[in-house]
Design a protein around this ligand. Structure first.
Ligand SMILES: [Zn+2]
Length: 300
């Protein structure tokens, strides 16, 4: 065995020896990846946080695998958005072996919401609530109140983490505002109705959406309306998504040259770590910035 191999072996052994200390941290499982990003901001070093739905799978097309069911059983705490926003987990969460651990990060919607027309689900509320910085703050608050009840968690550290997240989120919002304010003339066209919270928060316009519900196909009339909006737009930008839709706009008669940018509503590429949620918001702002009209198209 070479010296180098010996060194690797030593590092491996040290790693294995260090594992028990790690394993003592509480395990927190969240329904989706973006919720893991939010909860991790508050939990930081106090807990391991992982998402149930894999980061490359849209929650719209999710069915649970046995290994994922096991991770729920092993969790010390489970966070989800509640049956109204995450109906695909309703059955699982009412399982009596899990109900003691499950906590809802946002309340059930109260009656008719202002986002009524955007909803995928019966409650009428747009389920992509993590894309609203205000809602993310409310979720972080809820995480702060409930994480400190877990065994082995340092309450003061949780408080500190939470404050730090609030500060960083506000700074990030200001930065994004400065970045996006000059881009208000762009009109966005999206595949599915996922981005209203983000767009509304930062004053962006979504002029058309292929489908309000990715589980259903749009009607011919809807597509004609979308086509019309595209023709009327001064600076249209087609937004594609990482998990769903692919080149959804290919069937449309689109203006040339066409600005196309991709965004990821669940932040699948963003690791679950402190700073993850704000990095995710920045990635969405970046996606919009890529549609900047004065950007020379010759360099692609
Ligand atoms: Zn969606």
């Amino acid at each position: 065995m070479t010296d180098r191999n010996l060194l690797y072996l030593l590092i491996l052994l040290l790693g294995l020896m260090a594992t028990p200390a790690w394993a003592e941290r509480p395990l927190v499982v969240t329904s989706t990846h973006p919720l893991a990003l939010i909860v991790k901001e508050v939990a930081a070093e106090q807990a391991d946080v992982q998402a149930l739905v894999p980061a490359d799978v849209s929650p719209h097309h999710y069915s649970m695998r046995p290994s994922e069911r096991r991770s729920l059983a092993e969790a010390d705490r489970i966070y989800w958005l509640g049956a109204g926003l995450e109906p695909f987990l309703q059955g699982t969460m009412s399982d009596s072996t899990l109900s003691g651990k499950a906590r809802t990060l946002v309340g059930e919607p109260q009656g008719q919401s202002e986002n009524d027309e955007h909803g995928h689900h019966g409650t009428g509320e747009d389920p992509h609530v993590w894309l609203s910085p205000e809602r993310a703050l409310a979720m972080a608050e809820r995480a702060r109140e409930t994480l400190d009840q877990l065994d082995g968690v340092d309450r003061q550290a949780i408080e500190r983490n939470h404050r730090r997240f609030e500060d960083r989120l506000h700074e990030t919002e200001e930065r994004i505002r400065a970045q996006l304010d000059p881009l208000q003339m762009i009109t966005l066209f999206t595949y599915h109705d996922a981005f209203h919270y983000f767009a509304d928060h930062f004053g962006l316009t979504i002029a058309g959406t292929l489908t309000s519900n990715p589980e259903r196909s749009p009607s011919a009339r809807h597509i004609a309306g979308l086509q019309q909006s595209l023709e009327e737009a001064r600076f249209p930008c087609i937004m594609t998504e990482t998990q769903l839709g692919g080149d959804w706009w290919r069937g449309l008669d689109v203006p040339q040259p066409l600005a196309v940018s991709r965004w990821d509503p669940i932040g699948g590429d963003t690791p679950v770590e402190v700073g993850g949620y704000t990095a995710f918001l920045e990635s969405l702002a970046e996606a919009v910035s890529r549609c900047r009209p004065e950007q020379p198209s010759k360099d692609k």
